[in-house]
Design a protein around this ligand. Structure first.
Ligand code: KIV
Length: 262
């Protein structure tokens, strides 16, 4: 069996120029599918607030909900490195709370690392969590937990600020950084400058790896699909056809057939 992915594996991949493949997952069946497909890193993203819970943003997601979903994913993952996403207000109110909440992802959720949003403004939190022995993935650029401050889900173009944020989170001890919603040329410069791997979403092809939300990739959602997503399947259409077929057969009496009876 191939050895499980560790943080040193990810550093080696960056050094060798091998792309890191990452996806989100929120439950056992999809995490198992992703893990057995050779994906290197699974993020239990707070995007579950939108694609699983039906909220219009990630803001309502709680720590307890994140821990529950992280447990489902880590039960399935034998190969991929699992990262738990710290929800809104689980790390913004003080360093002690942030470290304690990060610890819950590792101790209760079984994750190998945590992710949190923000650049220079959260470097103290990243440092404290890292010093507690917990690996942190940073997330800069379009940070969905700041949707109201940003005035919507908008591409971030301030190159000086993005570079400063990237350098600060690296210096604070982050093992990797998600670059979301930034122009490709800025993502390229940041990727060349940093020693830690960059994982892009809506940040072009030059990042060290890519991440997408699994429901977007598989067409498992009818929400608006951003331009940066490529849909590799349309599972919602297939599933809908299956359910309609079942309903028709129950109503017409053709299901269950003899072969389904004892
Ligand atoms: O919550 C999430 O799924 C994320 C990724 C899209 C990076 O933050």
């Amino acid at each position: 069996m191939t050895s499980p992915i560790t943080i040193p594996t990810l550093y080696k991949m960056k050094e060798r120029g091998e792309k890191i493949v990452s996806l989100t997952a929120y439950d056992y069946p999809l995490a198992r599918l992703i893990d057995t497909s050779g994906v290197h890193m699974i993020l239990v993203g707070d995007s579950l607030g939108m694609v699983v819970q039906g909220h219009s943003s990630t803001l309502p997601v709680t720590m307890d909900e994140m821990i529950y979903h992280t447990k489902l994913v880590t039960r399935a993952a034998q190969y991929a490195l699992v990262v738990g996403d710290m929800p809104f207000m689980s790390y913004q109110t003080g360093i002690e709370t942030a470290v304690a909440n990060a610890g819950r992802f590792i101790k209760e959720g079984g994750a190998a690392a945590v992710k949190l949003e923000g650049g220079a403004s959260v470097s103290g939190v990243i440092k404290a969590i890292s010093l507690a022995g917990i690996s942190v993935q940073a997330h800069i650029g379009l940070t969905p937990q700041s949707v109201h401050q940003m005035g919507g889900y908008k591409v971030q173009r301030d190159e000086d600020r993005l570079m400063a944020d990237a350098l600060e989170v690296e210096a604070a001890g982050a093992f990797s950084v998600v670059l979301e919603g930034i122009p490709s040329d800025i993502a390229k410069t940041i990727t060349q400058r940093l020693k830690i791997p960059t994982i892009g979403i809506g940040a072009g092809p030059f990042c060290d790896g890519q991440i997408l939300v699994i429901h977007d990739l598989l067409g498992l959602t009818d929400r608006h699909i951003p331009r940066f997503v490529k849909q590799y399947a349309q599972l919602l259409d297939l599933a809908k056809a299956g359910v309609l077929n079942y309903a028709e057969e129950v109503q017409s009496g053709s299901f269950p057939g003899k072969e389904h009876c004892y």
